[in-house]
Design a protein around this ligand. Structure first.
Ligand code: EPU
Length: 303
């Protein structure tokens, strides 16, 4: 246990947060691997300032756990406290064709809430798992839609200063392919998105079509973290790995999906180290065959 100061733990509760010691990260990540870590669930956003200040004073490092859908957490006990914002997806505010969404809201659900108000343009993102905050950090994208270009402003808690800031894309925040300009200790609190007015039925038909395509090409029923590597410019990593005949290749319980070769799935109670070894093997083979260095898309948490 990293956080072992009973007085601080008691204070945390009064600020509107909850301490959950030694949580196995395999139960909090979609990949289903990861050793124990102390979590603090932030139930009231006002708790962020005193909690992070208290951790800073005690010299305790912290990180942020969102939906846990794009994380590969090491098996060893984690030497950090992870903060998690309690989900709060019903608080979307609508104003014309702009919407204000809490960062802890689930992305897919938010897309559908907006659709019900005849607001579209986010359909491609409906099957992307995880929270809105996680999607912003990674500039999540699928089927021709990325979240970045829809952003009008973001409220962020800066871990470095303990202050909140309102950022707009023209000044202070930028998005690239699966990447944003946020620092690792920035915590997204909420975002204003500009959407397109479109009839609900039309949005729904598009969503159904994309879901069908996704089901046909991705192993949605298995434990995974989505695509493990980024696509190199102009190439598809899935295709490269597939062409090497690596579908079905496994290390321990970690296996290259037969459905999509850039998805590694947890099939037999895999450990994080199984995934690390399988990723090394893939990287080596792709480098040798194509001279291409693969870059991780998944966020790796190691001590
Ligand atoms: N392909 C293969 N074998 C495979 C996988 C793909 O030959 O095992 C071929 C496909 O047939 C197709 C091409 O590769 O011709 C591209 O495949 P796909 O349409 O599945 O797209 P992708 O580039 O592999 C990207 C994103 C996905 C996103 C899809 C759909 C990345 C790394 N991946 O995959 O995002 O869902 O497009 O838009 O950018 C994620 O970010 O976690 C993710 C899964």
């Amino acid at each position: 246990m990293i956080l072992s100061d009973p007085q601080f733990v008691a204070q945390i509760e009064t600020w509107g947060a909850r301490f959950a010691p030694e949580q196995p990260l395999r139960e909090h990540t979609s990949l289903g691997v990861g050793g124990p870590a102390d979590l603090i669930v932030i139930q009231r956003l006002e708790a962020l300032e005193p909690v992070t200040e208290g951790l800073r004073q005690r010299g305790i490092a912290w990180g942020l756990l969102g939906g846990g859908t794009n994380v590969l957490a090491a098996d060893e006990p984690h030497q950090k406290v992870y903060l998690r914002l309690a989900p709060n997806s019903h608080d979307i505010e609508f104003r014309g064709n702009t919407v204000r969404v809490p960062a802890a809201a689930e992305l897919g659900r938010s897309v559908m809430e907006c659709a019900k108000r005849n607001l579209g343009g986010m359909e491609g993102l409906v099957g992307v798992p995880g929270s809105v905050g996680g999607a912003l950090r990674m500039n999540a994208g699928a089927y021709g839609t990325e979240i970045g270009p829809l952003v009008r402003s973001i409220t962020v808690f800066r871990g470095s200063t303990g202050r909140r800031e309102e950022l707009v894309p023209q000044g202070g925040v930028s998005f690239q392919y699966r990447k944003s300009s946020f620092a690792s200790d920035d915590i997204m609190l909420g975002v204003t998105l500009e959407l397109k007015e479109r009839p609900f039925r039309e949005i729904l038909d598009h969503v159904k079509l994309l879901n069908q395509r996704r089901r046909g090409s991705q192993p949605l029923k298995e434990k995974s973290a989505g695509c493990i590597f980024k696509n190199p410019p102009g190439l598809s990593t899935g295709k490269l790995i597939d062409e090497l005949g690596m579908k079905g290749t496994g290390v321990g319980g970690a296996v290259v999906s037969e459905r999509h070769a850039n998805f590694l799935v947890n099939r037999h109670s895999a450990t994080a180290s199984d995934f690390f070894r399988l990723m090394d093997l893939i990287r080596e083979r792709v480098l040798r065959a194509y001279g291409v260095e693969l870059e991780e898309e998944v966020i790796v948490w190691k001590n």
